[in-house]
Design a binder for this molecule. Structure first.
Ligand SMILES: N[C@@H](CCC(=O)N[C@@H](CS)C(=O)NCC(=O)O)C(=O)O
Length: 210
């Protein structure tokens, strides 16, 4: 199967980590979904990455949908728990982590608009979401090494990915100092192969003038 990604995308990284955890053979194709010549056009009506192209040439998109699909075809290790209580906790952490990334993306896009179109209030609103999201993660984690039930699952993939996305895109926020337990958590997971092999990198996007 093939996976279309953008190099810095935290959503694409969630899928890359999941594919590696499940040891599924795949080819990664790097795209810039914001640019005119993006590969996403005829594959996802929303024009977003990640997009998984299966052997049967089916296009599956949205990180959550793709990873659910991966759990169906290769159940071990299971990334979404089957018992309802743990599933709800897992989905909540994933939603918070994705929401932090959404806010970081919105700030990034606001900052690449032409100068007089940039809204400081909009940026502040997103900054609050990032801070409050991290605060929620910190409180939920406490002194544990895993978010849900003492084993690695999509909650950890999403949370770790969001922390490193804040690192590359929103350096001003020193979350390590604000939330030392998240820093310990980051140190605990940082050497994991699937994380080490999928470090995000920057990409140049065309200026947004509208
Ligand atoms: N909910 C989606 C979010 C995907 C997403 O926002 N991807 C960004 C890249 S980080 C994108 O492709 N944006 C292009 C656009 O919005 O036009 C997921 O989890 O896959």
């Amino acid at each position: 199967m093939k996976l279309i990604i953008a190099a810095p995308s935290p959503y694409a990284r969630k899928v890359r980590v999941s594919l590696q955890e499940k040891k599924i053979d795949h080819e990664v194709i790097i795209d810039v979904p914001w640019n005119k010549n993006t590969l996403t056009k005829d594959k996802n009506p929303l024009g977003k990455v990640p997009i998984l192209i299966t052997k049967e040439k089916q296009h599956i998109f949205d990180s959550k949908v793709i990873i659910r699909y991966l759990d169906q075809i290769v159940p071990n290790p299971k990334l979404y728990p089957s018992d309802h209580k743990n599933e709800l906790s897992t989905l909540t952490i994933e939603a918070i982590a994705d929401g932090i990334c959404d806010a970081v993306v919105l700030i990034r896009l606001e900052n690449v608009r032409v100068n007089n179109l940039i809204s400081k209030q909009w940026i502040q609103r997103q900054e609050e979401k990032i801070f409050n999201g991290l605060k929620y993660l910190s409180k939920d984690l406490g002194s544990k090494n895993y978010f849900v039930d003492d084993y690695f699952n999509i909650a950890d993939i999403s949370a770790f990915t969001s922390l490193e996305y804040v690192d590359i895109r929103f350096k001003e926020l020193d979350w390590r100092r604000e939330f030392p337990n998240l820093d310990n958590y980051w140190k605990f997971h940082n050497t994991r192969d699937s994380f080490a092999n999928t470090k995000p990198s920057s990409q140049k996007i065309d200026p947004i003038t509208y």
